[in-house]
Every structure is written in C-alpha cells, then in structure tokens.
Ligand binder design. Structure first.
Ligand SMILES: *Cc1c(COP(=O)(O)O)cnc(C)c1O
Length: 495
C-alpha cells in the first residue's frame, strides 16, 4: 500500500512523499503527515549489522515509497559521506551510566546536519520526479544553527540556490563566521538590521507573495523551504533512533526487546517527534523525556495539557531551544486527537489568535509515554561541570539541559531503564558557555582562544568545522534593512 501524506489541517490529501518534500508546508498552513506511521515488519534485530547508510535506506523507504531504490540510495550516499568526521555517522559514548548519542559529527557540528545533509538531494530528486524545471530557491531565516546547516547542505547542489537571512547582531561570533565564510556560487548570506523575528516575518512575507511567485516562475525559479516542518527533515531523523537501539543491542548493553528511555533537548519538537515515530514503528522505546530550558512552554504543556505561548521570551545559553512556538508539536496534536484535522485546526487557530489552547482529557491520556522537564541556566552549567569532573566528558549546553532533566527525572521516579540522551551539538559550537560552566577563569579569552583551551580541557581534537572558519576569507558581507529583503533576493537571482 502506498504511503500518502495529508495536511494536519485537512486542506490537502493523497500527496506523494516527493510532492510533500517539495512543498514543505501544506497550502492550508498545516504540516504533512503520513496516513499511517509505517510499522517495521520482521524482526528489528535483523538490522543489527547494517551500517548507518544501509539502515537509513530501510527506514526511509517505508516513508518515501515513490522514490526508486536507486534514487533513495543515491540521496543517502551523497548525504552521509566524508562530510561526517566518522563513518559511524552517529556514534554513542557512555558517560556516568548514560548513553550519549552524538549527532554532531557532520559539517556544521550540530544535529541539524543529520537531516539537512540529505534534504537537498531529496528535494532535487523530488523536483525531477515531478518534472519541475525551475531552479529551486531555498529561503531561510536563521537564529544561528539552521542557516549554516542549510548552507552546507545546499552548497553546490545542482538545480538549487540558497539565501539565508540572519539578524546582524543576533547570532554568536562562531555562528556568524560559519555563515559568512560559506563557499559555493549558489549560496547567499545576508545580515539584516533587525532581530530573528524580523528575519522570519520577512521570509514568510516573501513566501506568501503571489505576484512575486509568478514573476519568479516566469524567470525559471520557485521557492522552497528547508525548515524543520518539512517531512524531508523529520524522516531522516527517525533513522538515528533506530540505529542507537540496534547499536545497544549489538554491543549487548540491552537484551532483545528490552525497552529504553530517550531524552531529547527540545525546541521546535522535531527531534523528539522523530523518536516518537520510531517508537510507533516498533522500536522498544518506553519514555520520551522532553527537555526544555527556561522557555519551558512544553514542560507546562505536558504537565497541564495547556499550551500557552503568552510569556516572556528568555535568552539562554542553549539558544537553539529558545522558542515559544514548537511547530512540530502540531503533528503530535493531530495524532492524539485521532487524526482529526478539524479539531487540530481549531487548536492551531486558537494558538494563532490567543496564544493558548487546551487539549481534552482523552488527548492528554495519550501522552503517557511523554515526560516533560526543564533545567535552569544554573542547573545546566552545573551539569556540564559535574559530568566533566566525574568522567572527563564534555557536553554542550543543549545536551546539558537534557542531562540535567534526566537526572531530575530519575530522582523523582526511580526509573532505572537504560537511557539514550540525544547529544545535539559539539561543545566547540558553544565554547564560551561550556568553558565558563567548567571554570570562570576562561571568561576573558577571545572566542578562538577559548576553542584552543576547550580542546585541551576536553582532550578532544578541534573539529574541522571550527578549523576551517578560523582563517577562511569572508565571502558574504551583505547587510540590508528588514524591509528590503525582497530586493536582496532579486539581486542575487539577477531578476
Ligand atoms: C535545533 C536544535 C535543538 C532543538 O531541536 P528541535 O528539533 O527543534 O526540537 C536542540 N539542540 C540543538 C543544538 C539544535 O541545533
């Protein structure tokens, strides 16, 4: 039976995987979901000896079934290659009795590489399959991590161009350098005078401009999105949860069928939703522990069944989780209201209009596999320090939020199930916060001095991604006002 996708808000049905990938968001503003989450048939343990790439094929073909074997394998080959600094792709490190699933061995040393290194290939293949001749123009607004991962993924990919807007004074120095040194004739990076919300609204406005879309079409271009709501980002993320389980089985850390818990530092709810899909496919996962920082909108939601974004936005040391609207949660809401698009749409409209929605008692009962937790800035720093002092292993701030939440969870519940923590960024990406957590004496060093120091402290080689930007020439120095973004797009495309 073919896997077809429909919008969580009911406006589109019977959409193929390749069409859903090309579109990103459904035309009614909903997210594409498969009609049913596919179940792994046969024994999971039969996949125990597969490499990451082989497993990626087995998992992704269950979702992307309008791709031929050759097409899908080709995408996988091009994604998980030497851009990753280990051919394991997603290795696991045990520290203090917990398994850290390291998802930061790709080109930009954050977990977004796991999906953004394959999305461009899924997208160009989808364009070919659907006889699209226009060049695909990816537009992205970024608060730091997504922009670089999308640039690295799309750079030099034939048939695509990518334009990234970032708040000129709103990203870390390392993040900015990573972006402005990006190579590739098809890449364009612009700093805007404004904050992340301005960049995001500007991009949304360009997407919704029908006249511009027609003009673009007449010139042979069309826009698409690399945002985490694209199903082409969600599905590749399922793979590493299956891989992690099989890895534990292979290493005889767990018995066949034994359940594990998974802890995920969460922002937009994409990563943890992938773990939920893996669970629903038949991977023995018991609890899904959703970890938030001080922006604890999800913790409150799991506690009370009320989603309420009306609160102060807090800037934390885990910026990729500083988010008040977790877009991918919509896919979970849709599922727990019984795949009912009308009901889901009401919740989303309520969120749009009032910033709040309350789920029903019946829906809340279906969330029992989830546990929400949050960590303050002090707890996060303390977790980095104590893990380092105990084991020598250094984790980044996002991963530390998850580790801190996990320790609190164990204290409260006494649950000793073996646990995997999704480690979402290299500590080198957030070196200043990480070093400061270990010892305040490093605070006066420059960013790159801190990186050298961190390499010594952690006893880990500096990742290529950092070495590359140290002396790389700046290739993008475009700056614009927030209402002039469309002119930048036209300038780059030469139209
Ligand atoms: C994006 C990001 C997250 C949050 O992931 P979501 O899928 O948005 O929940 C966590 N940690 C890091 C380092 C990230 O870049």
């Amino acid at each position: 039976m073919a896997v077809l996708y429909s919008s969580t808000r009911g406006g589109e049905k019977g959409v193929s995987a390749s069409q859903a990938i090309l579109k990103g968001l459904a035309c009614d503003g909903g997210l594409f979901v498969p009609n049913a989450i596919p179940v792994i048939d046969g024994k999971l343990s039969d996949w125990k000896e597969l490499s990451y790439k082989e497993l990626a094929y087995e998992v992704m073909k269950l979702y992307f079934d309008d791709f031929t074997e050759e097409e899908l394998k080709n995408c996988i080959e091009r994604a998980y290659d030497e851009k990753f600094d280990t051919d394991v792709i997603a290795p696991m490190t045990e520290a203090d009795g917990v398994f850290y699933l390291e998802l930061f061995h790709g080109a930009t040393i954050a977990f977004k590489d796991m999906a953004l290194s394959i999305l461009p290939h899924l997208m160009t293949t989808s364009a070919k399959k659907n006889k699209i001749e226009n060049e695909i123009v990816i537009l992205t607004a970024t608060s730091g991590d997504t922009g670089k991962a999308a640039l690295a993924g799309f750079a030099e990919v034939e048939g695509t161009k990518i334009i990234v807007f970032y708040p000129k004074n709103g990203v870390s120095p390392v993040q900015e350098r990573q972006m402005v040194t990006q190579k590739g004739d098809n890449t364009y990076v612009v700093g805007i005078h404004g904050n992340f919300d301005d960049a995001q609204s500007g991009v949304k406005k360009i997407f919704n401009d029908k006249e511009l879309a027609e003009y673009m079409n007449s010139k042979g271009f069309q826009f698409s999105s690399a945002n985490s709501i694209n199903i082409g980002r969600l599905v590749p993320q399922i793979v590493y949860y299956v891989f992690a389980y099989l890895n534990l089985l292979k290493e005889e850390r767990i018995a066949e069928g034994e359940k594990i818990n998974v802890v995920v530092p969460t922002g937009n709810f994409g990563n943890i939703l992938a773990a939920y899909y893996a669970k629903n496919m038949g991977v023995p996962i018991d609890k899904l522990i959703c970890a938030s920082n001080d922006n604890k909108v999800l913790y409150d939601f799991f506690e009370t069944g009320c989603y309420d974004r009306n609160r102060e936005f807090v800037l934390t040391s885990s910026p990729s989780m500083d988010i008040l609207i977790s877009s991918n949660l919509e896919r979970l809401i849709y599922r727990i209201c019984g795949d009912d698009p009308v009901m889901n749409k009401e919740f989303m409209e309520s969120l749009q209009n009032t910033g709040v929605y309350h789920i029903t008692k019946e829906m809340k009962e279906q969330l029992e596999s989830y546990s929400g937790g949050y960590a303050s800035e002090a707890e996060t720093a303390e977790t980095i320090k104590s893990l380092y002092e105990k084991t020598g292993y250094v984790i980044d701030t996002h991963t530390a939020v998850a580790a801190s939440v996990y320790h609190k969870y164990v204290k409260e519940t006494g649950d000793t199930t073996k646990t995997v923590i999704a480690s979402t960024a290299s500590p080198f990406k957030f070196g200043r916060s990480v070093l400061n957590a270990i010892d305040s004496k490093y605070d006066s060093l420059t960013d790159f001095e801190q990186i050298d120091e961190l390499a010594k402290v952690a006893n880990v080689a500096i990742p290529n991604a950092i070495d590359e930007i140290r002396n790389a020439p700046v290739l993008h120095d475009h700056i614009c006002e927030k209402d002039a973004m469309v002119d930048e797009v036209k300038k780059f495309l030469g139209i």
